[in-house]
Design a protein around this ligand. Structure first.
Ligand code: U2F
Length: 564
């Protein structure tokens, strides 16, 4: 069946259900953005030349909102608790629905069992028949529930599952045996999925798929009126919970010397003591009213927590400059309580690394808050600067629809991939364009992409060697490319090593998330034995990594130029 774009969201709204603040929040969001989604659907349909798209049967099981997982989020919706996840789930549901798929939504184990056809009360009785869905979107809580209620059949069907995973899961943590043997075992990881089945909130590591969410896009008239009505000396503090303001008096004092400071901190009856008297606190605002406040403000200022939320993108989209602290040393699961136990070693260089790295100046200023002079100078500069509202394409409704469409039509984790396709050196290495860089090698790829079916298409592959201690994420980035884990299987071979003129005294085949790689000093080359361990994120001081990089569309890092 063909999937046809939908613009009337009333059936979706009915499906979401009622009875919890989290659901009401999501429905308000879906309603508020309905017209933006409709315009985006229309534009994407044209961009895809009204191409035929297959309608998929999709189950969305929102594990963290089920009573069975404790649902700690819903009671905090109106009390300053995390809303980022709800923003994202609302947008995922809308994107899937607008793309025209056949959608079922479950928010309890009972509904899950009903949709899967598992008789209730039969514990881990396995699902015997075929899976009644092409795709299941869930989260780590939902995955655990499926394990309990689908029993053995989960293994058989897991290639259909996509896990919405805010901060991401790196391959070393995902592979059960490897994680257990090498100290990467956490409460969350070790599901032995293909790492691209984990879908993140920001493009953290290309090992995972970037799902994202959306932010409101402004038209020209709105942009102009915002710029005219900006209040030069108005700042809004990022932090809806009082604890996020703790110990920040010094910065607030400096800021207050120049600007009128506003907050949206939740409170019950009295002003929270963490919020100084000179701050105009509006209390937690509905999303729409927050947008209005951001439209007037010049500065949106973060104090380090929450990490990597949606609010800075909303502020920047409404013409604010986002000022945030740089982290020295970076925060990670190795040194910070919040990230401890999360299945990633990713180093978080500031409160919002996406804003820092993908957006940057003049919209984003990342400074060392330990240096008061630097902080003060940034505030002064912000008052002088004029910026336009800005929203990266990948965070617009059209950008999200485009990306989710591409994943649904092309990502395939069910058919067995030949781990090391029998590559014929002359076919794979036809002597295409070939450039040497001082610290790394970049090879063009002119292989016959139709010979080896692959998405992204093989024509996008650029082969690189990282510096010692550098990951493939960084190596590709340094050449304005992105690491593409789907290509590892094509470059994990001796032909690639010899094409790169790497002298190997020995070639090992090993389970090691650093491989393929080689050690210069020891003349040792290592190829990867386990496809699940192919990792863009992995690095080691002693090794130079062999990296599969690819190009990407401007504003849509998840997709290569020929990926649509
Ligand atoms: C992140 O979660 P948060 O919910 O803390 O992220 P924020 O960036 O603060 O904002 C989420 C939404 O809250 C809305 C705002 C954002 O879309 O429009 N909001 C509001 O409606 N009214 C207000 O007064 C203020 C904000 C992240 F998303 C999670 O994944 C993490 O778990 C969490 C901790 O790092 O941070």
């Amino acid at each position: 069946r063909q999937a046809a774009f939908r613009t009337d969201l009333s059936t979706l709204l009915d499906q979401v259900g009622t009875g919890k603040e989290s659901l009401s929040f999501m429905k308000r969001r879906i309603r508020r953005l309905a017209s933006q989604w409709a315009t985006a659907a229309y534009r994407l349909d044209i961009k895809l030349h009204r191409r035929w798209r297959e309608q998929k049967k999709i189950l969305v099981h929102v594990g963290f909102l089920t009573e069975e997982s404790g649902d700690v989020f819903s009671p905090k919706v109106l009390k300053g608790g995390p809303l980022g996840e709800m923003v994202q789930w609302a947008d995922i549901l809308t994107a899937l629905y607008v793309l025209g798929h056949n959608l079922k939504i479950s928010m309890s184990v009972k509904e899950l069992q009903g949709f899967l056809g598992v008789p209730p009360g039969r514990g881990s009785c396995p699902l015997t028949g075929p899976l009644p869905f092409d795709l299941i979107y869930t989260d780590y809580h939902g995955l655990q529930q499926m394990k309990q209620h689908m029993g053995l059949s989960l293994k058989k069907h897991k290639c259909h599952i996509r896990v919405i995973d805010t901060f991401g899961t790196e391959p070393a943590y995902n592979h059960e045996e490897y994680a257990t043997l090498h100290g990467y075992r956490t409460n969350w990881g070790y599901w032995n999925l293909n790492s691209r089945q984990y879908m993140t909130m920001f493009p953290h590591t290309p090992d995972n798929s970037f799902m994202g969410f959306v932010s409101e896009e402004l038209n020209k008239t709105e942009k102009r009126s915002i710029q005219q009505n900006k209040v030069r000396n108005m700042a809004v503090v990022y932090g809806k919970e009082a604890s996020m303001w703790k110990g920040k008096e010094k910065f607030l004092q400096i800021l207050h010397r120049y600007m009128e400071v506003h907050g949206t901190v939740y409170y019950e009856t009295q002003r929270p003591p963490e919020v100084p008297a000179f701050v105009k606190n509006h209390g937690l605002l509905p999303q729409q009213e927050l947008q209005q406040l951001l439209r007037k403000a010049k500065l949106f200022i973060g104090f380090g927590f929450p990490y990597e939320g949606p609010a800075p993108l909303e502020a920047i989209a409404n013409g604010c400059i986002y000022l945030q602290p740089k982290f020295h040393p970076p925060h990670s699961s190795l040194n910070h309580e919040f990230f401890r136990g999360k299945p990633t070693s990713r180093e978080v260089s500031s409160q919002h690394p996406y804003a820092e790295q993908y957006i940057g100046r003049p919209h984003v200023m990342t400074v060392d808050y330990n240096n008061s002079d630097e902080f003060e100078a940034a505030v002064q500069e912000i008052m002088r600067l004029k910026v336009e509202p800005y929203l990266p394409y990948e965070y617009t409704c059209e950008g999200m629809l485009e990306r989710v469409h591409a994943y649904i039509q092309h990502q395939e984790f069910c058919s067995p991939e030949a781990p090391f396709p029998p590559v014929n050196a002359s076919r794979v290495w036809p002597g295409g364009p070939f450039t040497r860089l001082p610290n790394s090698t970049l090879l063009g790829w002119a292989g016959n992409s139709t010979a080896l079916p692959c998405w992204p298409p093989l024509s996008a592959l650029r082969l690189m060697v990282s510096a010692e201690g550098q990951s493939c994420v960084e190596a590709c980035q340094s050449s304005d490319l992105v690491c593409e884990p789907a290509f590892f299987r094509f470059i994990n071979n001796k032909e690639a090593l010899s094409k790169l003129e790497i002298q190997c005294e020995v070639v090992e085949l090993e389970m090691n998330h650093i491989f393929p790689a080689y050690s210069v000093t020891r003349g040792e080359c290592g190829l990867q034995k386990e496809t699940l361990l192919f990792s863009c994120a992995g690095f080691s001081a002693k090794y130079r990594r062999i990296c599969p990089c690819r190009d990407f569309r401007k504003g849509q890092v998840a997709l290569c130029r020929d990926c649509l």
